[in-house]
Design a binder for this molecule. Sequence first.
Ligand code: PMP
Length: 403
Amino acid sequence: MDINKIRADFPILGRTVYNRPLVYLDNGATTQKPRCVVEAMVNEYYSVNANVHRGVHFLSQQATELHEAARETVRRFINARSTSEIIFTRGTTESINLMAYSFGEAFLHEGDEVIVSAMEHHSNIVPWQLLAQRKGIVLRVIPITDEGELIMEEYQKLFSPRTRLVSVAHVSNVLGTVNPVADIIHTAHAHDVPVLVDGAQSIPHMKVDVQALDADFYVFSAHKVYGPTGVGVLYGKEKWLDQMPPYQGGGEMIQHVSFERTTFNELPFKFEAGTPDYIGTTALATALDYVSAIGMEQIAAHEHELLSYATQRMEQIPGMRIFGRAKQKSGVISFLVGDIHHFDMGTLLDRLGIAVRTGHHCAQPLMIRLGIEGTVRASFGLYNTKEEVDTLVAGIERVSKMF
Ligand code: PMP
């Protein structure tokens, strides 16, 4: 990987913050965009823009071709069997809400159980809780060790005749833990239970093959993989999606409408009511092509090197506590130093040009489990460097001395 060449693709990395070079370590929240992604959006608006699917005219057909080509790019990227299994949504959150609503409507009844884990993002907790209020379903929670790994023996014990779905993060946005989703899926399938994987934090950092994993559902957001905001994906096996009712009604998702009876469109359009963000899907495809050209294995190796280097350097800082010590870990370091409040640390690092995230990271149940209010989180992307890690370490040392 030619890191300087890659960095040159991201104009924002060249800017300063408080007269210091920007050190962007908040990739878990969102990633910066390479020039090609922004240009894909500008070019489509300037030279193709037309609403997709319904038009006979040239531009509409061209826009439709780009939109459907993007679906094929997503299919290829995660190795889904068919483009019918790729539903465009607004992001991970909407994908999981779609699942809670539609899978919930078809398959979940009072007393049925959904298994989640103790390290889930709120977006994989609250939609199920809303469903629990509507339908009386029950959430069962896989506990974690102090190192931040799922306790797999406890997971096995959570299954009952009422278990209908397992919904877990592939990678924790707080701990960086890479969960053993292949094992999780294998166990669930032995109980005839499908699995939804929240891939928000895995898709940008590793090669994902939904068929090899045998995932029933897999969701992610474009903006975390160098693509635009407002677009995401729900992958689902056709055999499940076919049995699920539409999530929203409107244009695009119908075959025929009369006041007496409406029939629904085929997959994937059944789940895509209204004008899709066709500019965003083109840009997502451009982002996936961009990371594919670098190579997901290369990206994973580079980020892993940054993680090892940062962990080893940060451990030397007096009073350092790192949360998340899983053996399989992605490029996320959550930490606290002594009794310095995470907010103070984050604010002072920001003054040094270092962007990190502070707080509960939308995972309050995990914070309760860890017995803390929040952490400071540095999360790496493909463009980060060891020099930036050095700047972070120097920054933390400097702030620590102030307290
Ligand atoms: N799940 C995980 C693990 C996440 O890290 C995030 C984003 N922080 C989400 C879900 C939600 O993603 P989005 O806000 O893009 O819908």
